[in-house]
Design a protein around this ligand. Structure first.
Ligand code: SF4
Length: 250
């Protein structure tokens, strides 16, 4: 199976010198109109839906409480690692009320392997106390309320609203979504909030939740960081592969 190795600017420039016609075709993609780009984004969403029919959140959870706690733990940590840790966390603290009364040291010990465990333990307890104290134990359903909770930013709030409540409040932009949407030429930004704005403009709101889940699966299976499997990719005909060397030369 062919894979693409690390990309350096000098290689891209060398490719340009060797294959200006190929590069010109790819550069032309950048000049597509907004209508063209929207149409292409729609095709990408449909192809992703075919390739990843079940668009599930990779964090195992059975309730909004569990999903929010798992998402807080997923910062700078793999979902697999979080899934190894959360069963013990939810066994010790089955409800948000239990976690609100948790002791920092006890929570730290459980979440230690997810990294940044002191801050995460404090955020988990603070989030639970915020839910119990300010929302009577119910999870709020707006971004503005959710981002007041410790450890909850826009991305985490979007995950909870989209996945637990089916509310399309925005597009979840994690490291996979950030990388792949740039490769796909759907954005030219490294800033998560700008990428979210770009995707919101390109996709209808009904696509927002599943588009992210599917891109995250795609980033794990095919469009892997530093070694994307472009020849095997179902999005190849829709992807300008921004910043990667021409496939013909790989
Ligand atoms: S064609 Fe390559 S760069 Fe584009 S989405 Fe597929 S794997 Fe990623």
């Amino acid at each position: 199976m062919k894979t693409v190795g690390p990309v350096h600017l000098r290689d891209v420039l060398a490719d340009f010198e060797k294959s200006p016609h190929v590069m010109a075709k790819r550069v032309a993609r950048f000049r597509e109109t907004m209508a063209d780009k929207k149409a292409r984004a729609g095709k990408i969403a449909r192809q992703l839906a075919k390739s990843y029919a079940v668009a599930e959140c990779a964090l195992r959870h059975e309730s909004p409480y569990q999903l929010l706690a798992a998402t807080i733990l997923s910062a700078q940590c793999t979902d697999q690692r979080v899934n190894l840790v959360t069963p013990a966390l939810f066994q010790r603290y089955p409800t948000v009320q239990d976690l609100a009364e948790g002791q920092q040291a006890d929570v730290e010990q459980i979440v230690r392997s997810t990294g940044f465990y002191r801050a995460k333990a404090a955020n988990l307890i603070g989030m639970a106390q915020g839910i119990v104290t300010n929302h009577a134990g119910e999870f709020p359903r707006t971004i503005d309320e959710l981002i007041q909770l410790p450890g909850v930013g826009r991305k985490t709030a979007n995950v909870l609203l989209g996945t637990a409540f089916g509310i399309a409040s925005g597009v979840v932009v994690d490291t996979h979504v950030k990388r792949i949407t740039n490769l796909l030429g759907l954005t030219q930004s490294a800033n998560a909030e700008q990428i979210e704005r770009d995707l919101i403009e390109l996709l209808p709101s009904k696509e927002w939740v599943n588009f992210s889940h599917r891109l995250i699966h795609h980033g794990r299976k095919i469009c892997i960081a530093r070694r994307p499997k472009c020849p095997d990719c179902p999005l190849l005909s829709l992807c300008p592969r921004v910043g990667l060397p021409p496939l013909e030369e790989v």
